[in-house]
Ligand binder design. Sequence first.
Ligand SMILES: Nc1ncnc2c1ncn2[C@@H]1O[C@H](COP(=O)(O)OP(=O)(O)OP(=O)(O)O)[C@@H](O)[C@H]1O
Length: 279
Amino acid sequence: MSPDTLQPAAAATRSPSAGDEVPAVDILSAEKTYPNGTRALLPVDLSLREGEFVTLLGPSGCGKSTLLKMIAGLLEPSDGRLLLWRKPVAELAQTGRKMAFVFQSPTLMPWATVRSNVRLPLDLAGVPRAEAEARVSEVLALVGLAKFDQALPRALSGGMQMRVSIARGLVTEPDLLLMDEPFGALDEITRHKLDAELLELWRKKKLTVIFVTHSIHEAVFLSSRVVMMAARPGRVVEQFQIDEPHPRTADFLVSPQFAVHARQLQDSLLRASHEEDHP
Ligand SMILES: Nc1ncnc2c1ncn2[C@@H]1O[C@H](COP(=O)(O)OP(=O)(O)OP(=O)(O)O)[C@@H](O)[C@H]1O
């Protein structure tokens, strides 16, 4: 085992929360069995420091989305607990922190302009119009869509629609960004471009990100840590630190270090898939 690899047992000790630092996310033996009896997740123990970019990677059905939805408070665990800045997910507001969720599909209102789509969370929160407009302008500039603020979603490419969705997530100024395969439906080149932009946003805004993907390359490029999961039943099997410097450019993608990490994840993914075939 390489020094970069954390044993699942080490992950269970959740050392990041041991010191003074308040962990952004603490998952304490959280598990999920759906009402139809499907054991989607065995107990998961995982802790995230503020500012980490953690990717959940694993074969189809290993519970990535289930875990992300539990962290978002969209699903209740069957047992165990999930804390955000040491408070239960439902009490996040008391921590003064905010969370946003970006789905795989941009889910934009087709009849509304880009500007109105991005402003929606602020309108729902009752933010005064002038302040809301200023914040919308700022995030649209951040994702490179300032000139398209009056466009309707159908006039935009898939990649641009995804940028609108990300802008809508960022407009509330979240501390924690949860992303469920946000670029999975995009072509390879657009995906790389958005990956690079997302990494810049993460650095600029000092976000904590949990990102679900099927792509080993995306996981290596983006992550500070990769959590490998296996299916039937879903569980965390291994973790990998990707301690490579930033900014990560296109050169990183063709570097020997990138290839080493990709190989490790490839082997781990094969092991995870094998466990599923021979539980
Ligand atoms: N609402 C539900 N009711 C019953 N079973 C469900 C439900 N949602 C998901 N499952 C099952 O739970 C398991 C984990 O699903 P989940 O969608 O979390 O996995 P995933 O790793 O995100 O999959 P994928 O990579 O294909 O998106 C799967 O066996 C799935 O069929």
